[in-house]
Design a protein around this ligand. Structure first.
Ligand SMILES: Cc1cc2nc3c(=O)[nH]c(=O)nc-3n(C[C@H](O)[C@H](O)[C@H](O)COP(=O)(O)OP(=O)(O)OC[C@H]3O[C@@H](n4cnc5c(N)ncnc54)[C@H](O)[C@@H]3O)c2cc1C
Length: 385
C-alpha cells in the first residue's frame, strides 16, 4: 500500500522486502482489527508487546546472540513504516527497539546486554527512556533527577514526565545527574528495572491531543536503590555523550514515522475523493482537489527520496546530526501541512473521530515537538552554517 511511486532504495534488499510483507500480514491480522478499540479505550493491552516480540518485530536490529534478528536500522525502518501504515501510531515499539535497545547494545557491559536485550526482544521487558522532567525538556543538561552514590550502588530521586511507554515499561533508562555540580559532564544513564524497585511509582497516564492509545506518563523515583551494575556502561558522567551520539538515529526514526503517516494520509485521501461526490461530480474531478493532491504527492515524493538517502547514509555509518535534524524537522513539518490539506478534502467527515484522517491530524502534531523540538533541530542545523 502506498500512494507514492518512489523506486525502492538500494538498501532495500530482498530480505527486507520479505520482512515488509511478513510485517504487513502480521499487522493486518493481529493489530489492525483492534486499533479502533484501543483508540476508544485510550490504551492497548500489555500482551501486544509479547505478540510483536513473537512475530520478530521487536529489536530486529539487535544481534542474534542477544535475542534479536541480527538486522540493521533498515529492518527497524521497515517495521516502523508498517506499524504506522497499519494505523497503530500509538505503539511505542519504535522507541523500544530502535532507541532503548541500541543504548544497551552500544554502551552496556556484556553482562547488561545479556541480562536485558533478550527480554526486550521478546517483549517480556518493555523499554522506556526518561529524559524530560516537569522543569526541563529541551535543556537536557539541566535535569534535576539525581543518582547519588550510596554504598556499592546509587540512590535515585526525581520526577519525569511525558514518558512514552510509561505505564507498560519495566526497563527504564533514566537520565540522572551523578554529579549535580556539573552540567553535561554530570549526566549518567541509570537503568531501572521497575518490577522490584521500591520507591518507584507511575503517575497518571496523561491525556493528550493525539496518540490516544499511547501510555505517555509521569514517573516518580523516591529513594530508589540501584546496584552499581545498573549504571549504563562502565563509567559515570558519560550520559550526555551517549545521548548525543544516538541522536541521528532517533531523528531518523521520527522522520521515518512521519513519512509513513504522509503515505497513509495520501492513500486514504485519494481513495476518499474518488468515492465522494458533490455537485454531480466526484470530488477528485474538481481541479482544486487535483492540484492539492498533486502538490502533496510531489512534496511527499521529495521527502521520501531524502529520507531514503538519509537511511542509506545512516546504514553506511555516515549520517551526521545536522542532516538527521533536517530530516526530522522538514518531514514532521511537512506532515503537519500535508495532513491538514488532506483533511480539508474530506469536508466535515475529516473532523469526525471515526475517520482515520482526523486521528492522523491529531497524532501528527506531537512529531514537531518530541525527540527534540523542531526549533532545536534548526539550532543544530544553524550551528553548521
Ligand atoms: C507524546 C509525547 C511523548 C514524549 N515521549 C518522551 C519520552 O519517551 N521520553 C522523554 O524523555 N521525553 C518525551 N517527551 C518529551 C519531549 O521530548 C519534550 O516535550 C520536548 O523535548 C520539549 O521539551 P519541553 O516540553 O520541556 O519544552 P521546552 O523545552 O520548555 O520548550 C518550549 C518551547 O521553547 C522552545 N525552545 C526551547 N529552547 C529553545 C532554544 N534554545 N531556542 C529556541 N527555542 C527554544 C521549544 O522549541 C518549544 O517551542 C514526549 C513528549 C510528548 C508530548
Amino acid at each position: 500500500m502506498t500512494a507514492l511511486d518512489v523506486p525502492r532504495p538500494a538498501w532495500m534488499t530482498e530480505d527486507l522486502v520479505l520482512l515488509e510483507e511478513q510485517a504487513r500480514r502480521f499487522m493486518r491480522a493481529e493489530f489492525s482489527p483492534h486499533v479502533d478499540r484501543w483508540h476508544e479505550d485510550g490504551a492497548y493491552e500489555r500482551e501486544t508487546w509479547a505478540k510483536a516480540g513473537a512475530a520478530g518485530l521487536l529489536c530486529a536490529s539487535m544481534p542474534e546472540e542477544y535475542g534479536g534478528a541480527g538486522g540493521s536500522f533498515a529492518h527497524e525502518a521497515v517495521i516502523i513504516r508498517e506499524i504506522s501504515l497499519a494505523g497503530f501510531d500509538a505503539f511505542g515499539a519504535p522507541l523500544h527497539s530502535a532507541i532503548v535497545a541500541p543504548y544497551i547494545l552500544r554502551y552496556g557491559t556484556e553482562e547488561q546486554k545479556r541480562r536485558w536485550l533478550p527480554k526486550l526482544a521478546t517483549g517480556e521487558l518493555v523499554g522506556a527512556i526518561a529524559m524530560t522532567e516537569p522543569g526541563t525538556g529541551s535543556d537536557l543538561q539541566a535535569v534535576r533527577t539525581s543518582a547519588k552514590k550510596s554504598g556499592n550502588g546509587y540512590v535515585l530521586n526525581g520526577a519525569k514526565t511525558f514518558i512514552t511507554n510509561g505505564q507498560h515499561a519495566n526497563l527504564i533508562i533514566v537520565v540522572a545527574k551523578t554529579d549535580p555540580s556539573e552540567r553535561a559532564k554530570g549526566v549518567s544513564l541509570m537503568v531501572v528495572e521497575t518490577d522490584d524497585a521500591q520507591g518507584f511509582r507511575r503517575g497518571r497516564k496523561l491525556r493528550k491531543l493525539g496518540l490516544d492509545a499511547a501510555d505517555t506518563s509521569e514517573l516518580f523515583f523516591e529513594d530508589v536503590a540501584l546496584p552499581a551494575a545498573n549504571l549504563l556502561g562502565h563509567e559515570e558522567g558519560q550520559g550526555f555523550v551517549q545521548l548525543m551520539s544516538e541522536l541521528p538515529q532517533e531523528r531518523l526514526i521520527v522522520a521515518t514515522h512521519a513519512m509513513a503517516m504522509m503515505e497513509r494520509a495520501l492513500e486514504l485521501t485519494i481513495a476518499y475523493v474518488k468515492e465522494r461526490a458533490a455537485f454531480g461530480r466526484k470530488i477528485i474531478e474538481f481541479q482544486n482537489t487535483q492540484f492539492v493532491l498533486a502538490e502533496c504527492k510531489t512534496e511527499a515524493t521529495i521527502a521520501k527520496v531524502f529520507l531514503d538517502h538519509c537511511i542509506g547514509r545512516h546504514l553506511a555509518g555516515e549520517l551526521d546530526t545536522t542532516t538527521a535534524s533536517m530530516a526530522k524537522y522538514r518531514l514532521t513539518d511537512l506532515l503537519g501541512t500535508l495532513v491538514d490539506r488532506c483533511l480539508q478534502l474530506f469536508g466535515g467527515y475529516g473532523y469526525m473521530d471515526e475517520y482515520p484522517i482526523s486521528r492522523l491530524y491529531r497524532d501528527a502534531r506531537v512529531m514537531r515537538i518530541y525527540a527534540g523540538t523542531n526549533e532545536i533541530m534548526k539550532l543544530l542545523i544553524a550551528r553548521g552554517l
